[in-house]
Design a protein around this ligand. Structure first.
Ligand code: NAD
Ligand code: WQD
Length: 339
């Protein structure tokens, strides 16, 4: 029988793409989601892509008795923990909500995993833990920096909580995947990112501008110390990122009382202006944009060293930024104008 894997936040952007890859590799994903930042219609998209009915537990990961019931009924082999609030700016306005949701959900999960001797955990971390790095590309040994937002701090504290739990040597094997900038959508255009309201992230803003939902994109600064003056990021296709989770589960099969953090990126930096140019070239859409002031809190440039993910996970990206921009645009065109 297929191994059950609990996917908290499995109806969300990265979680839903990971559910597809889990099924493709013979696992039985069990989605646990309260739909605070996703739509039930995602389940229809997943069914169309995979041809399978996916088990869903609707509820809140911070609710221990609910999580105990999920574990009792599904007896999972492992957990991929995506469920969290993720908007950096909002976390500054609502620190308590962010600390509560992101940390209590992890604590409850670890407690329930222990009760059920479920010893495999893949955790969604972020390149935000590196802050404004002194060296590029950033390796996993690059020192982390004090987080500039409560959101970033929840990722650092979460990594510490997992590390300290593993150190008790009760068998838990865990990896924190430090994602760089996930973009794109499933090539079927049946699932993708569903930003609520005005997007903060670059690529949804680009596609919404091209679709006429937003009047104009503002490029936040062209006076950075980079070749074209705009910020540089490591944009990774969400399907590649999803596959990295399955590789990590397999890697953890032979691990006990083990913890590590691994970067998940392409290893290649792309500037904001390069994203704009590539998008125009691939889609044939002229993008209305202007150069504006820098956005507070933005790091100048960051991209991943991918040596470790290649070596230990035997994983590397197969898709390009161009593929991701094309898929993001195709997905955008399926969306009803909502806001
Ligand atoms: P998302 O908001 O699309 O998905 C998160 C899902 O978790 C949503 O479906 C939401 O309804 C659910 N959720 C949140 N809190 C919950 C709770 N208490 N109980 C049950 N369900 C809950 O976000 P995403 O982009 O898919 O991100 C997934 C994870 O990856 C998050 O932990 C995020 O911090 C992390 N991450 C995201 C990015 C990014 O740019 N998207 C980058 C780095 C790290
Ligand atoms: C990318 C680049 C902007 C919008 C965030 C989080 C990070 C991680 C990923 C969760 C930057 C520029 C953007 C716009 C622009 N998430 N930009 N105009 O800030 O690299 O990372 O998402 O863990 O923690 O901070 O991503 O997509 O917001 O920005 O010029 O309208 O695009 O300045 O250089 P970011 P982003």
């Amino acid at each position: 029988m297929a191994d059950s894997i609990i996917v908290t936040g499995g109806a969300g952007y990265i979680g839903s793409h990971t559910v597809v890859e889990l099924l493709a590799e013979g696992y039985k994903p069990v989605i646990v989601d309260n739909f605070c930042n996703s739509e039930k219609s995602v389940l229809n998209g997943l069914k169309k892509i995979t041809g399978k009915e996916i088990t869903l537990y609707e509820g809140d990961c911070t609710n221990k008795s609910f999580m105990q019931r999920v574990f009792e009924e599904t007896n999972p082999k492992g957990v991929i923990h995506f469920a969290a609030y993720k908007a950096v700016g909002e976390s500054v306005e609502k620190p308590l909500e962010y600390y509560h949701n992101n940390l209590v959900s992890l604590l409850v999960l670890l407690e329930v995993m222990k009760e059920h001797t479920c010893n495999t955990l893949v955790f969604s971390s972020s390149c935000t833990v590196y802050g404004n790095p002194d060296e590029l590309p950033v390796t996993e040994e690059t020192p982390t920096q004090k987080a500039v937002s409560p959101y970033g701090n929840t990722k650092q504290i979460s990594e510490d909580i997992i590390h300290d739990t593993v150190a008790t040597k009760t068998g838990l094997g865990a990896v924190s995947l430090r994602y760089f900038n996930p973009i794109g959508a499933h090539p079927s255009s049946l699932i993708g990112e569903l930003p609520i309201g005005v997007p903060n992230n670059l690529v949804p803003f680009v596609t919404q501008t091209a679709a006429g939902w937003r009047e104009q994109l503002t490029v936040f600064g062209n006076d950075y110390n980079t070749p074209d003056g705009s910020n540089i990021r490591d944009y990774i296709h969400v399907v590649d990122l999803a596959k990295a989770h399955v590789k990590t589960l397999k890697y953890l099969e032979s691990k006990s009382s083990f913890y590590d953090a691994i970067n998940v990126g392409t290893g290649k930096g792309t500037s904001v202006l390069e994203v704009v140019t590539s998008f125009e070239k691939i889609t044939g859409q002229k993008l209305n944009y202007k150069i504006g002031p820098r956005r507070s809190g933005d790091v100048e440039q960051i991209y991943a060293s991918v040596d470790k993910s290649k070596q230990v996970l035997n994983w590397e990206t197969e898709l390009t930024v161009e593929d991701a921009l094309r898929d993001a645009w195709n997905w955008q065109q399926t969306l009803p104008k909502a806001n």
